[in-house]
Design a binder for this molecule. Structure first.
Ligand code: GLU
Length: 425
């Protein structure tokens, strides 16, 4: 998301992830060796590989797959295609996956992958060849019981279908559980596409309910990002009766004082260039900076890292921030927002709906027994509300903000399991 990159310029997400970790781990009485072990990735793969482009040229791409931790189970996490991908971003995202999975009680560790590329400037054929070659390169790390990829920014169900097919061709039989976020016709789960955005709104709704706000029509929401997460967050909020004041993507922000008709916005992006908002007619244009500083009740950053920093945290008017993106708020911004009394539902809780339904998809694939969407959504709500409740209890117990409370909950789970398993050999 180029327009959002200005604020992100000099902030290293891995440094942010480690600072969040240091803050939280200080509340736990852990042996120093365990503290050190959970602070670093377990293993990292970096690969440079050739791809034949449509014009016949061969281009070399760089990709990564990082396993942060595998104590609780196979590692889990998405694959990102973006020009901004680098090893430190992948490390941070892998670490956040460890805490996210542990927090919501999934039997997974954390991983992440990425390829440095601009998927919007590539054809479907080029993307398919890039994906198949990257899948082959990381095949020494991924397996249905070892490490299970999923979509992230710049990738989608089709990308997962290619990875599943590539892996299946090499072993000689279909292995649907090698990836999650697949299309439904090759073993994907009902509700997976919508799950992250739905989870964002489940968490938002719970926070508002606890604060005594029981009428969605009185609550206005601004959403940064209109990719998979932002779109379905907007849709679910709209369906529940919330007033979705503004949405944005890389092409700009769109605002309607009376609330946007999200079905109309989605109908527009269904056929627009690259599914972008550019040119959406039934709203006023605003900048990304204006969206973040909008007069509204809830702000949901659903794009990418480092969007709310010490530079703009003071401008935030919302009383609640729900992090659909991974790492959208820096530690300096956390401090400013905390002192202003702005509540934050942190990424590892707010966007955990995606990996939760990924887990349901993996279980369904392993059992070859598939659930209906009502069952998926019921189980998703149960998992997220339970995790929300645990975070809220740790927040009160330690007198900390929600992010630190979420990380305390997650780190404790992983450190306890590490101690129970013991140190090999
Ligand atoms: N990429 C998503 C995330 O950041 C989903 C990961 C998954 O489903 O494994 O949580």
């Amino acid at each position: 998301m180029a327009v959002h990159d200005k604020a992100a310029e000099h902030i290293n997400p891995y440094e942010v992830a480690k600072r969040q970790y240091d803050r939280a781990v200080a509340y736990l009485d852990l042996p120093q060796g365990i503290v050190d072990f959970l602070r670093v990735p377990k293993r990292e793969l970096s690969t440079n590989f050739p791809v034949r482009m449509d014009n016949g040229d061969i281009r070399v791409f760089t990709g990564y797959r990082v396993h942060h931790n595998t104590v609780l189970g196979p590692s889990k996490g998405g694959i990102r295609y973006a020009l901004s991908v680098d090893i430190d971003e992948v490390r941070a995202l892998a670490m956040w996956m460890t805490w996210k999975c542990a927090l919501v009680g999934l039997p997974y560790g954390g991983a992440k992958g990425g390829v440095v590329c601009d998927p919007y400037s590539m054809t479907q054929g080029e993307l398919e060849r890039l994906t198949r070659r990257y899948a082959a390169e990381i095949s020494i790390l991924i397996s249905p019981h070892g490490d299970i990829p999923a979509p992230d920014m710049g990738t989608n169900p089709q990308t997962m279908a290619w990875i599943m097919d590539t892996y299946s061709m090499t072993v000689g039989y279909s292995v649907p559980a090698i990836v999650t976020g697949k299309p439904i016709n090759v073993g994907g789960s009902q509700g997976r596409t919508e799950a992250t955005g739905r989870g964002v709104v489940i968490c938002m709704h719970e926070a508002l309910r606890r604060a005594g706000h029981n009428n969605p029509a009185e609550i206005s929401v601004a959403i940064q990002g209109f990719g998979n997460v932002g779109t379905y967050a907007a849709k679910h909020a709209f369906d529940l009766g919330y007033k979705v004041l503004a949405v944005s993507d890389v092409t700009g922000g769109y605002y309607n004082a009376n609330g946007l008709d999200v079905d109309d916005v989605m109908a527009y992006t269904a056929t627009s260039e690259n599914h972008w908002l550019r040119g959406y007619p039934n709203a006023d244009e605003i900048s990304n900076e204006e969206l973040l500083a909008l007069e509204c009740d809830v702000l949901a950053p659903c794009a990418l890292e480092n969007q709310i920093t010490e530079k703009n945290a003071n401008d935030v008017k919302a009383f609640l921030i729900v992090e659909g993106a991974n790492g959208p708020t820096t530690p300096e911004a956390d401090d400013i927002l905390f002192s202003k009394g702005v509540d934050i539902i942190p990424d590892v809780l707010a966007n955990a709906g995606g990996v939760t339904v990924s887990y349901f998809e993996w279980v369904q694939g392993l059992q070859s027994f598939f659930w209906d969407v009502e069952e998926v959504n019921r189980q998703l709500g149960r998992v997220l509300i339970k995790a929300y409740d645990e975070v809220a209890r740790n927040k009160d117990e330690h007198n900390v903000d929600m992010r630190t409370a979420a990380q305390i909950t997650a780190i404790k789970r992983v450190s306890d399991a590490t101690v129970t398993r013991g140190i090999y050999p």
